[in-house]
Unconditional design. Structure first.
Length: 509
């Protein structure tokens, strides 16, 4: 009841005309910035930090929250329409959303994503209000072995369900892990794969990798094929979801937040892992598995709901522990410190108006986001009417601008082109792109958690499986790896039984 009363007071703060204006500006800015490949919500919030010096803290954080959610949806828009994720959480949306767009169902994919973000954000924010203290206490008890186990699960899950074979999925993952090794060793400070370049000492930014593999690789692949066939504008299709689409999406919209919220609250990679796991789950549970990889709407609805709920989960650990689990949370933490506020267990007591006004503004922002983007779905989808030579020329331009904006170094453009050529080669030889992006995002963190776990156990491998949580995760990993073999054995046993029954029938007859 205390939380409910505080939330009602928060709505009183969030629904003032000025704070409503900041929420609307945040959602609009976030969506617009998210649509630009390479400029994600973290960069948007960082760029706007100096602008907010004159604002009161409540208005500034309400705007930041709007930017966060808006940029997540904007990132999925380019991911679906152009196969160019605006940020890492939107990578999964490209797997099914882009084939839907190419088949003339881009507006439906965008509508499924918008409603998924709304459902995930609403459910995630309700869980934030109800479960924040509980989730925070659970997050404190999770150690290095548990983090490493979660990341191993993400690696195995993504390589097991994508591509023509597991071998190709693992090969793609290894490419990503290799790129993730570039830079300074976080434990020893030694340079790795930098070729003597100081500019590579900080590693290769994941935005450059994602934009290079998806945008540049796709543009080069299309250009190679446009020589043989003339690119034609892709039809947009009708803008609303039909009864069949709704029947296939309502369960993923509800399942996504259940996966996304807990992962957002623990430092295990932000929205990337839950979106991948949501995709895996929907593929396992779907009655239309044959459509996955060709444009299954469940593969858009579930991961997008998971991503939005994960954003709400991220705020749990940031507000209650002062622990940023994503780049955006880290920038928002810096913003809190800019105002002389320290997030932590006492924040809810010391700054109740700010905290509950921020949480209430999340509900308001979700409504604004849905109201803004559902009508705009067919407008965004009309990007696909542009002839492909002009469209992909524009993609190359914005990809280059986004990559350059990351660090302001000309070397980033060279790296972008090299990674784009790698993406082109991966398409040529049938390697899925997503495991490579996973390797880059989670590889360095997985290595760090592995080494921490081994240090704690004095180098003993048993230190990786010394908690109930890690053992449970590894059991799930073994089941995922062994499931095809188990399926074959069950099939053979059933086949043997059927053959035995037939022989009995024949002999009895």
């Amino acid at each position: 009841m205390d939380s409910l009363n505080s939330l009602i007071d928060g709505f009183g703060t969030a629904l003032t005309p000025m704070n409503l204006l900041w929420a609307a500006i945040g959602v609009l800015l976030g969506t617009a910035i998210g649509v630009l490949p390479g400029i994600g919500p973290a960069m948007a919030v960082a760029l706007l930090l100096p602008v907010t010096y004159g604002l009161d803290p409540t208005g500034a954080f309400i705007m930041f929250a709007g930017i966060y959610y808006g940029a997540m949806f904007g990132g999925s828009t380019t991911s679906i329409l152009l196969n160019t994720p605006g940020e890492s959480a939107a990578v999964v949306a490209a797997i099914e959303g882009n084939p839907m767009a190419k088949s003339g169902r881009g507006a439906q994919a965008l509508a499924a994503a918008a409603i998924g973000h709304f459902a995930g954000g609403m459910i995630g924010t309700i869980l934030l209000v109800v479960l924040a203290p509980t989730v925070a206490s659970l997050a404190i008890g999770i150690g290095a072995p548990d983090y490493f186990a979660i990341m191993v699960l993400a690696f195995i899950a993504v390589t097991s369900v994508l591509g023509a074979s597991r071998i190709r999925g693992i090969a793609s993952l290894l490419i990503g892990l290799t790129i993730g090794l570039v830079g300074l060793d976080q434990m020893t400070g030694q340079q790795r794969l930098t070729f003597g370049s100081l500019q590579l000492a900080d590693g290769v930014d994941v935005v450059i990798v994602a934009v290079g593999l998806f945008a540049i690789g796709e543009a080069l692949w299309v250009a190679a094929h446009l020589r043989r066939s003339t690119g034609k504008p892709i039809p947009v299709g009708r803008p609303w979801l039909g009864r069949t689409d709704l029947k296939r999406t309502w369960k993923p919209w509800l399942r996504g937040p259940v996966i996304g919220f807990p992962f957002g609250a623990i430092p295990a990679g932000g929205a990337e892992i839950p979106t991948f796991l949501s995709y895996v789950t929907e593929k396992r549970l779907s009655k239309h598995r044959d459509q996955f990889g060709k444009g299954a709407i469940e593969g858009v609805a579930g991961p997008e709901a998971a991503a939005s709920a994960s954003a709400a989960g991220t705020l749990v650990s940031m507000l209650t522990l002062g622990l940023p689990t994503t780049a955006v949370a880290a920038v928002m933490l810096a913003a809190f410190q800019q105002y002389g506020i320290q997030p932590g267990p006492l924040l809810f007591e010391r700054e109740p108006e700010l905290v509950w006004g921020l949480i209430a503004s999340l509900f308001v922002g979700m409504v604004l986001l849905l109201a803004l983007n559902l009508p705009l779905a067919p407008v965004w989808a009309k990007l696909l009417r542009i002839p492909r030579p002009y469209l992909y020329a524009g993609i190359l331009f914005f990809a280059a601008v986004g990559a350059y904006a990351v660090g302001g170094e000309s070397l980033d453009l060279v790296i972008l082109l090299v990674i784009g050529l790698i993406g082109f080669g991966m398409r040529r030889y049938g390697l899925p792109v997503l495991p490579a992006v996973i390797g880059v995002i989670l590889g360095p963190a997985a290595e760090q958690q592995l080494r921490r776990a081994l240090q704690i156990s004095d180098g003993s491998v048993t230190g990786l499986v010394n908690t109930p949580f890690s053992v449970t995760v590894y059991v799930i990993v073994v089941l995922i790896v062994a499931w095809p073999l188990i399926g074959r054995l069950i099939g053979r046993l059933r086949g043997g039984r059927n053959a035995a029954e037939k022989s009995r029938t024949v002999s009895g007859g």
